[in-house]
Design a binder for this molecule. Structure first.
Ligand SMILES: CC(C)(COP(=O)(O)OP(=O)(O)OC[C@H]1O[C@@H](n2cnc3c(N)ncnc32)[C@H](O)[C@@H]1OP(=O)(O)O)[C@@H](O)C(=O)NCCC(=O)NCCS
Length: 159
């Protein structure tokens, strides 16, 4: 499979959201919350909630979304990045690769691409979070230079 990384363009949102809801089963806060508390909230399931994060990423920093594309133009994966210039900080809120395209180095290449983007923006550090239930994140992020800083505990209750 031949692929390359490019900037986000119109038309990417739908495939990116599809990759997101496919990829984040069992490895997203939204899914865990639904499993623990049970049922939908405000008529929406976790997939709707998770896909909505991509709208937020796009609104926050459209320049920071990059897409891995197959030769024929099919979207294989994406990464989103936000910038807090005053703090010198870059953050990667979302990253996913379609299951059929995994283990070919696309996820790693997307991370490296965004780290270069952060460097070109003269940022001084980068952050990314992963769920404890996600062994891939916990392997891939240290492999791409990230150091574990802390583990956070999330609480929720039904009202
Ligand atoms: C995380 C994700 C983007 C990685 O994409 P990818 O294109 O498969 O990643 P790469 O091929 O570049 O690297 C895969 C690396 O993951 C690690 N990995 C893969 N499967 C693993 C497993 N079961 N356990 C531990 N590590 C694993 C390996 O380190 C592997 O690198 P290697 O092939 O050099 O050994 C992809 O698995 C995905 O979309 N997952 C679902 C969504 C998700 O978890 N997103 C990140 C949220 S924090």
């Amino acid at each position: 499979m031949k692929w390359s990384i490019r900037k986000f363009k119109e038309g990417d949102l739908k495939p990116i959201k599809a990759i997101t809801v496919e990829g984040f089963v069992g490895v997203s806060l939204d899914h865990s919350l639904e499993q623990k508390l049970g049922g939908n909230f405000a008529g929406h399931d976790w997939r709707w909630r998770k896909a909505r994060h991509i709208d937020d990423d796009l609104e926050t920093n459209p320049e920071g979304i990059f897409v891995a594309e197959e030769e024929d133009g099919a979207v294989l994966g994406y990464i989103s990045a936000t910038i807090d210039r005053e703090a010198g900080k870059g953050r990667i809120p979302n990253l996913a690769v379609a299951s059929k395209a995994r283990s070919q180095g696309i996820g790693r290449a997307l991370i490296e691409h965004v780290l270069d983007y952060f460097r070109s923006e003269k940022l001084e550090y980068a952050v990314i979070e992963t769920m404890e239930s996600n062994p891939i994140g916990q392997t891939l992020y240290p492999q791409t230079g990230f150091q574990e800083i802390a583990r956070q505990v999330h609480y929720a209750q039904r009202l």
